[in-house]
Write a protein that binds this ligand. Structure first.
Ligand SMILES: Cc1cc2nc3c(=O)[nH]c(=O)nc-3n(C[C@H](O)[C@H](O)[C@H](O)COP(=O)(O)OP(=O)(O)OC[C@H]3O[C@@H](n4cnc5c(N)ncnc54)[C@H](O)[C@@H]3O)c2cc1C
Length: 566
């Protein structure tokens, strides 16, 4: 089953959730005219469906392969990547000073969604480079920018993100990779990184690694980490002293090589500092925030793809009867429940992701309140989007019955692919910790308070949503006043509540926008049903998490650790 881009939905969201016309009113985004926006949405969908989607099964069945000469992708991937670069898709939201088109991130979000739906594993290589670009723009010296940005912006080179080491996963501060200054402005990098996505591949001539490492005598913890640009190929055309030692065998995203990277086996690995010494986490966070938004979006992408397949299957598979005649399973109430739930969850998570990218765009044109709101929402997009991805792909598999569990239909691949997204880019547990540990306390709680106030003002008629918003407010203040263990114990429940409240508010906004809508009637019918289902059934379900969001950590620590193994 191929991918059919949800063009109507994407346009509707850009218009009513992102409100892209407001953005186009700003000088920086003046080129994002309605005609251009429509053309990009249509073109991205066609490109993803036509060029990337046909490679999805090959990517899974054959996958990336390690060879002594480097990692190779299956036949067709190089050509598809070249088409992506030549089509200018990588340049969309790139900085105009370095060859980018300077269009809103919210528009690039649509493209990334399509690529992820078409081929999630492959799309990772496209997803990481924009973060490297962002990091260089905000923290790189003019010399580094000049040398590395232009080809990263076009996509002629790709970027990676190197944080993880065997002993340093969620605890990035535990990393041991070292960087020694050489005196000529460069550094010698030495160490091993694991789990590096697209750490090596044969799609481009060069790969620009962003590597976290420690200087000699750097303070322990995250305060002693610096960020380095470490290219596969040096500017003089020589290969740098780094290599991919092996790649992982894993549950899904087989098209994306997950590399063990060794830097400086011969003590000759050259890197350059990005930003200031010992300030690497700030530079890396610039990259990670971008990637967190896109990983949350991956949940939406894979949910959309899996859902489309489940709907097609449900409309064909005959089983049981209705009104005395053989029925296709789409006619059964419980299958309808699954299909509508998938629609509602996917649309809601998409609205949350698009809205947040629109807030980032507003932040980029100087709207400080939008910028801090995007900071608050980013962990919600990442965790909620990816949890939705897992739930929807699981439901899609369920709709297929036994045929979903066998590989033949492809439903299983979506489920396997989706499962990584709550883990990487900071596990969802870490997102929840970020929410209660840092984000809800932004400006002394004012950022959260403003969000709650806006939701309350705009969602007054939606009684169930109002209850959830009230609960979010009560839980939010209770968590802010609690000790750290109690905050963390409540964190996941609170994240789910707040993400559902924001998504519910955005679904209500879409429902209201349908009043003046004169487009495709089937789209409007489904939008109305999905929004109503979300507001009437999913919102109250999430309200049930209030008890957990208000609870302390006492129950969790009421038993000794040994009792878990009893
Ligand atoms: C396919 C794949 C691709 C990846 N790509 C990259 C990449 O490109 N670059 C890169 O640098 N890394 C990458 N990673 C690494 C990924 O980001 C880490 O796996 C992830 O951050 C979790 O770290 P960990 O695996 O060490 O798990 P751990 O940190 O050991 O976590 C295990 C469990 O404990 C929980 N936990 C840990 N610490 C805390 C805490 N303080 N509070 C609450 N809960 C906690 C976690 O939530 C998790 O449930 C990738 C991983 C995979 C599998």
């Amino acid at each position: 089953m191929t991918y059919s881009p949800p063009v109507e939905e994407q346009r509707f969201l850009l218009r009513h959730v992102v409100r892209i016309d407001e953005l186009a009113g700003h000088n920086l985004f003046a080129e994002a005219t309605p005609d251009l926006v429509d053309a990009i949405v249509a073109g991205a969908g066609d490109f993803a469906a036509g060029i990337f989607a046909p490679l999805n099964r090959t990517g899974d069945a054959i996958g990336a392969k390690w060879t002594p000469d480097g990692v190779i992708l299956p036949t067709g991937f190089r050509e598809a990547y070249r088409a992506y670069v030549e089509g200018g898709w990588n340049t969309l939201a790139g900085p105009a000073d370095f060859g980018g088109q300077g269009l809103p991130l919210s528009l690039a979000t649509v493209v990334m969604e399509d690529l992820g739906s078409a081929n999630m594993g492959f799309s990772l290589v496209m997803m990481l480079s924009p973060g490297a670009v962002e990091s260089l723009i905000h923290h790189g010296s003019p010399e580094l920018q000049e040398a590395w940005l232009p080809k990263l912006v076009t996509g002629e080179w790709t970027g990676t993100m190197n944080l993880t080491e065997p002993q340093a996963g969620s605890d990035v501060g535990a990393l041991k990779t070292r960087a020694e200054p050489t005196g000529d402005g460069s550094y010698r990098i030495k160490g091993q990184k694991i789990f590096i996505t697209f750490g090596d591949h044969d799609l481009t001539d060069n790969i620009v690694h962003l590597v976290l490492a420690r200087l000699p005598d750097a303070p322990r913890s995250t305060k002693g980490i610096s960020l380095f640009l470490v290219p596969k190929m040096l500017p003089d055309g020589q290969a740098n002293d780094l290599r991919c030692v092996s790649i992982e065998h894993k549950l899904g995203i087989h098209a994306a090589p997950t590399c063990v990277m060794s830097y400086g086996d011969g003590d000759e690995c050259v890197g350059w500092l990005i930003g200031e010494e010992n300030k690497g986490m700030a530079a890396m966070f610039t990259m990670m925030n971008n990637a967190r938004l896109y990983v949350g979006l991956q949940g939406v992408s894979i949910a959309e793809r899996a859902m489309q397949q489940a709907i097609a299957y449900a409309r064909e598979r005959v089983q049981g009867s209705r009104e005395g005649r053989p029925a296709r399973i789409v006619e059964h109430p419980d299958v309808r429940r699954m299909l509508l739930r998938m629609k509602a969850l996917t649309q809601a998570a998409r609205a949350l992701a698009y809205y947040t990218s629109g807030q980032i765009d507003r932040g980029n044109v100087g709207d400080e309140a939008a910028k801090t709101r995007a900071d608050l929402l980013t962990p919600l997009v990442k965790a909620y989007g990816t949890d939705v991805g897992v739930e929807v792909t699981s439901l899609a598999l369920q709709v297929h019955g036994g045929m979903g569990y066998v590989e033949e239909t492809g439903a299983a691949q979506h489920y396997r692919d989706a499962r990584i997204s709550p883990i990487y880019e900071g596990t969802n547990g870490i997102q929840a910790a970020d929410l209660v540990g840092r984000k809800i306390g932004l400006e002394g709680g004012e950022v959260l308070a403003r969000l709650i106030a806006q939701m309350r003002a705009e969602a007054g008629d939606e009684t169930r949503l109002m209850y959830l918003v009230n609960d979010c407010e009560a839980a939010g203040w209770s968590i802010l006043g609690a000790g750290m263990d109690d905050r963390l114990a409540a964190s996941y429940a609170f994240l789910a509540m707040l993400a559902t409240a924001v998504s519910g508010w955005l679904m209500a906004r879409q429902l209201a926008a349908l009043d003046g809508y004169d487009g495709n009637p089937a789209f409007a019918q489904m939008k109305r049903a999905a929004a109503r289902y979300y507001l009437d059934q999913i919102v109250p379900e999430t309200q049930g998490k209030f008890a957990a969001a208000m609870a302390t950590a006492d129950i969790l620590y009421s038993v000794p650790e040994e009792a878990f193994a009893a």
